[in-house]
Ligand binder design. Structure first.
Ligand code: G6Q
Length: 550
C-alpha cells in the first residue's frame, strides 16, 4: 500500500483545520451541547470500560481520526505484523510478541519455522522449572531449597519482570522473596542481596543479547558472591539460570545452556515480559496464573485484530493520544493507575511508549515534519494528587491523563476502596470542568483569593475501568498499550521496534571507562567539558573519605 506523506493525507489536513476550531471550545460547553456524550463516547472491550468522553473531541474529530487511521494503513500494517512480516525495517526483523501469547493449536510459520510451537516448547520448560523452584524440589548447591529469586537484567529485561511481579504480588508465592537488580551502580546489587542467604538464592540472568555491560557486570558480581560464599565454582550450576537468545555467550559466561531459557530476535526487549524474560513472574505466580496472563494478552490481540476501527480499544486510545499531542499540542501523557500494585506500571509504560515512538525519522529515513512520541510519565493515585496534580489542574502545560481503576480491591478494607475510586472520578471531573469564578463567588470565596482558586478545566482525560486486577487483566492492559503504541507509530510512519538512540551513549561509555582509572594517562580527546569532567573525577577519586558529609 503506497501512502501519501503524513502531512499530505486529507484526514491530517482536515484535522489540522478542525483543531483550530476545537482549541476555542471548552469541555463544559461540549458536554452542555451534547449531554449524553458520557454514555456514547465509551467502549467496552475485553472486560474494560473505556470512557473517552472527557477528551476535547466531537463526532467530527473522531470520524477524522478514524479516517486518518485508514489513510495511514493501520489495519494493513497490523495484519502484516500478525503475519510475521519484517515490519521492523531498520533491523529487518519480524515483530511477533503477539505469537508469545497465541494458543498452542494456532501454528504460525515465520521464515519457515512454526514460532508458536517454539513458544510452547519454552513455556513447558519454564513451567517445569518454575514448579521445581516453587515446590522446593530445585535445591541449591548445599541442598537447601531456593527461597530467593534475583532477576538480573536491565531495560526490557528488567522493567517488565519487576512491573509484573509488583502488579501480581497478590498472586505470588509469599514464602519466596523476589529482587530485581538492573543498575550498574553496585548499590543496586549490594542492597538486593545483603539480607539473602546465598545457599537459598537463585539468580536469573536475563539478557536478550547477553552482551549488555550493566547486566554482565552485575552477573559477574553475583557469580563471585555465590562462589565466594559457597567456596565452590560448581555452585554456579544450581544458582544460575539464563534467559537469552544467545546460547554461545551464555555458555561463555559459565552457565550451562541446559539451564538457559530461550527467546527469539523477533521479540523486542520492551515487548518481552511474557516470553522467557517473564521466568521470575512465572516462578512468583505459578504457571497457571502465567497462562491466564497470556490469555489476557491474547484476548486484547484478538480484539485489536478483529474489531472495527471505531470499536477498537487500542486504536481509539492511540488516536486520542495522537490528537492530543499533534493537534492540540500537549507534550506529555500522564498515566495514573489507582492501584498500589501497579506502582511500576508508569515506568514500564515509559519504556514501551518512549523507546518505541521517540523517533525523528520515518521508515524510509526522512526527517519527520510533525511531532512523534509524547513523554509518558506517572505515579499511582492518590499519591500524585498530593504532589504534581497541582500543575495538571492549574499549570500552563496541559497534561492529558489516563486514569486506570478497578471496581474491586484485592485487599478490601473498610472504606479504603470507595475513597480511592472516588478520587479517580473526582479528578477526571475537576480536570474537565474545573471551577468558575461564578461558582466560587456563590460559595462565598473572598474576591482576593478567587483568581487563585479558579480551575480553568478543559483538561482531557480517559478512564479505563475494570472489575479487578488479575493476571488476565494485567495481560490485557499491557497489550492495550502495546497496540496503542503501534497505532501511533504507524500513523507517524516510524519504526516503533528499533532503538538506535540508546546505542551512542553505550559506545561512548566504553571508551571512557579506561580513562577513569586514576593511574591511566591516556590522552583525553573529548570536548573540553568532557575532558575536564574526567580529570576532576579522577582527582576527587584520589582524595580520602569525606567523613564530614556522612
Ligand atoms: C528494549 C531495549 C532495551 C533492552 C536492554 C537490555 O526494547 O532493547 O531496553 O531490553 O538494553 O538488553 P539485553 O536484554 O540484550 O540485555
Amino acid at each position: 500500500m503506497s501512502l501519501d506523506s503524513l502531512p499530505d493525507r486529507s484526514a491530517w489536513r482536515a484535522l489540522s483545520a478542525h483543531a483550530g476550531s476545537m482549541k476555542t471550545r471548552h469541555l463544559r460547553d461540549i458536554f452542555h451541547a451534547d449531554p449524553d456524550r458520557g454514555t456514547r463516547l465509551r467502549l467496552e472491550a475485553v472486560g474494560w470500560y473505556f470512557d473517552y468522553s472527557k477528551n476535547l473531541v466531537t463526532d467530527e474529530t473522531l470520524a477524522l481520526l478514524l479516517q486518518l487511521a485508514r489513510e495511514s494503513g493501520v489495519a494493513e500494517r497490523r495484519d502484516a505484523m500478525f503475519a510475521g512480516e519484517h515490519i521492523n525495517v531498520s533491523e529487518d526483523r519480524a515483530v511477533l510478541h503477539v505469537a508469545l501469547r497465541m494458543p498452542e493449536d494456532t501454528p504460525l510459520e515465520v521464515d519457515g519455522v512454526d514460532v508458536v510451537a517454539d513458544v510452547h516448547r519454552v513455556l513447558a520448560r519454564m513451567s517445569a522449572f518454575a514448579e521445581a523452584v516453587r515446590s522446593g524440589e530445585w535445591r541449591g548447591h548445599t541442598g537447601k531449597p531456593i527461597r530467593n529469586v534475583v532477576n538480573v537484567g536491565i531495560g526490557g529485561s528488567d522493567l517488565g519482570p519487576v512491573m509484573a511481579y509488583e502488579a501480581l504480588r497478590h498472586f505470588a508465592q509469599r514464602e519466596l522473596t523476589f529482587r530485581f537488580v538492573s543498575n550498574v551502580d553496585a548499590t543496586d546489587f549490594v542492597e538486593a542481596v545483603r539480607d539473602l542467604d546465598p545457599e537459598e538464592t537463585l539468580f536469573i540472568i536475563s539478557s536478550k543479547t547477553f552482551g549488555t555491560l550493566e547486566t554482565l557486570t552485575n552477573a559477574t558480581s553475583a557469580r563471585a558472591w555465590i562462589v565466594d560464599h559457597l567456596v565452590d565454582e560448581r555452585a554456579v550450576a544450581k544458582h544460575f539460570v539464563a534467559v537469552s537468545t544467545n546460547a554461545e555467550k551464555v555458555a561463555a559466561f559459565g552457565i550451562d545452556v541446559t539451564n538457559m531459557f530461550e527467546f527469539w530476535d523477533w521479540v523486542g526487549g520492551r515487548y518481552s515480559m511474557e516470553s522467557a524474560i517473564g521466568l521470575s513472574t512465572m516462578i512468583a505466580i505459578g504457571p497457571e496464573n502465567f497462562t491466564a496472563m497470556l490469555q489476557g494478552f491474547h484476548a486484547m490481540d484478538e480484539h485489536f485484530k478483529s474489531a472495527p476501527l471505531e470499536e477498537n480499544l487500542p486504536v481509539l486510545l492511540g488516536l486520542l493520544a495522537l490528537w492530543n499531542h499533534d493537534f492540540l499540542g500537549y507534550p506529555t501523557v500522564g498515566v495514573m493507575p489507582y492501584d498500589q500494585y501497579l506502582h511500576r506500571l508508569p515506568a514500564y509504560l515509559q519504556q514501551l511508549t518512549m523507546e518505541s515512538n521517540g523517533k525523528h525519522v520515518t521508515l524510509d529515513g526522512q526527517h519527520v515534519t510533525y511531532d512523534t512520541g509524547p513523554v509518558y510519565w506517572g505515579e499511582p493515585g492518590t499519591n500524585g494528587q498530593h504532589s504534581f496534580y497541582q500543575l495538571i489542574h492549574q499549570g500552563t502545560t496541559k497534561v492529558p491523563v489516563d486514569f486506570i481503576a478497578f471496581a474491586k480491591s484485592l485487599n478490601p478494607l473498610g472504606e479504603h476502596h470507595d475513597i480511592l475510586i472516588s478520587n479517580v472520578f473526582a479528578q477526571a471531573e475537576a480536570l474537565a470542568f474545573g471551577k468558575t469564578e461564578g461558582e466560587l463567588r456563590a460559595e462565598g470565596a473572598s474576591e482576593a483569593v478567587i483568581p487563585h482558586r479558579v480551575m480553568e478545566g478543559n483538561r482531557p482525560s480517559n478512564v479505563l475501568l475494570t472489575k479487578e486486577l488479575s493476571p488476565y487483566v494485567l495481560g490485557s492492559l499491557v497489550a492495550l498499550y502495546e497496540h496503542s503504541v503501534f497505532v501511533q507509530g504507524t500513523v507517524w510512519g516510524i519504526d516503533s521496534f528499533d532503538q538506535w538512540g540508546v546505542e551512542l551513549g553505550k559506545q561512548l561509555s566504553v571508551k571512557i571507562i579506561p580513562e577513569l582509572t586514576c593511574d591511566a594517562t591516556p590522552e583525553l580527546d573529548h570536548d573540553s567539558s568532557t575532558n575536564t569532567l574526567i580529570t576532576h573525577y579522577r582527582s576527587l577519586k584520589q582524595t580520602g573519605p569525606d567523613h564530614d558529609h556522612r
